[in-house]
Design a protein around this ligand. Structure first.
Ligand code: NDP
Length: 268
């Protein structure tokens, strides 16, 4: 059954105005850039994260700057019950969800053998892989029931494709979780296609966020020099790509992994 009709003109082809969008980790870093991009384009944004203060503050700022209906919902995406409760509240507030962006993620920085009780490994998989799975299960079920299609975007990483940095910065759980998220996305694109729900990945390369604020200047310069585009990406740029994927112009795109990395994966 065809739920998403093809576009017939460029009028509104890139519009997400009026759509209800859930962004996990939408309170800071790349997630805040994604929240801003959607809010500036006229969408309503539900921010799900653990930190109440920055979550509420981010929603308040979006409303002040762009208008629209933006709100914070406390949620630990790694915990299924927390996700169920938050999603219930989101549906009470918004009625339906058009777009889900699974952005929340963590890194570990410990080699596999040094992680003696595999606590880091388990915690990263729980957040970076089971977190999106929890969200997609809860929101995808309701998208199916609503019968109006949907767009799911998983934020992975070029670390899901490359292990170039592994000797200097080992993070095996991160590599594995992002690669698994890429392939889980391909699976979901097939299963959810019958309901007009598209599922894609954006795989960022080095991007300004809380993850890089403590990196020494020399390290940043070394990374930037190695990148074909010679600079880190910006959170709003990842947001712009999310807006494109969620807009009618993206209506035939599903099951793909789009690198947003200034060409880094080609040389890393
Ligand atoms: P930050 O550390 O700046 O932000 C992480 C975000 O995830 C925060 O909003 C945090 O909110 C949220 N979060 C973490 N754990 C949970 C949880 N269990 N439940 C709910 N929210 C959670 O990271 P970035 O902005 O840099 O990263 C965002 C995404 O982009 C991640 O998936 C990351 O892997 C990916 N990425 C980032 C790159 C970069 O260079 N920055 C490169 C490639 C990929 P709170 O603490 O309030 O819960």
């Amino acid at each position: 059954m065809i739920i998403t009709p093809p576009i017939t003109s460029m009028k509104n082809a890139f519009s997400v105005a009026g759509k209800n969008v859930v962004v996990t980790g939408g309170n800071r870093g790349i997630g805040l850039g994604i929240s801003r991009a959607f809010a500036e384009c006229g969408a309503n944004v539900a921010i799900l994260c653990r930190n109440e203060q920055s979550g509420a503050e981010a929603a308040r700022q979006l409303t002040e700057q762009f208008g629209g209906q933006h709100a914070f919902f406390k949620c630990d995406t790694s915990q299924r019950d927390s996700v169920r409760q938050a999603v219930e509240q989101v549906y009470k507030a918004y009625g339906h969800v058009d777009v889900l962006v699974n952005n929340a993620g963590i890194a570990g920085h410990i080699s596999f053998m040094a992680d003696t009780d595999m606590a880091v490994w388990n915690s990263i998989l729980q957040t970076n892989l089971n977190g999106p799975a929890n969200m997609i299960h809860a929101v995808g079920m309701r998208m199916k029931e609503a019968g109006r299609g949907g767009c799911i975007i998983n934020i992975s990483s070029i670390a899901g494709q490359s292990v170039a940095e592994s000797r200097e910065h080992p993070d095996p759980g991160y590599n594995a979780s992002k690669a698994a998220l890429d392939h889980f996305t391909r699976y979901l694109a097939v299963e959810l296609g019958d309901w007009g729900i598209r599922v894609n990945v954006i795989a960022p390369g080095p991007t300004h966020s809380d993850l890089d604020v403590n990196l020494p200047k020399e390290t940043i310069e070394k990374i930037e020099n190695s990148m074909p585009m010679h600079r880190f990406g910006e959170p709003l740029e990842v947001g712009a790509l999310c807006v494109f994927l969620a807009s009618p112009a993206g209506c035939q795109i599903t099951g793909v992994v789009i690198a947003h990395d200034g060409g880094m994966v080609l040389v890393g």
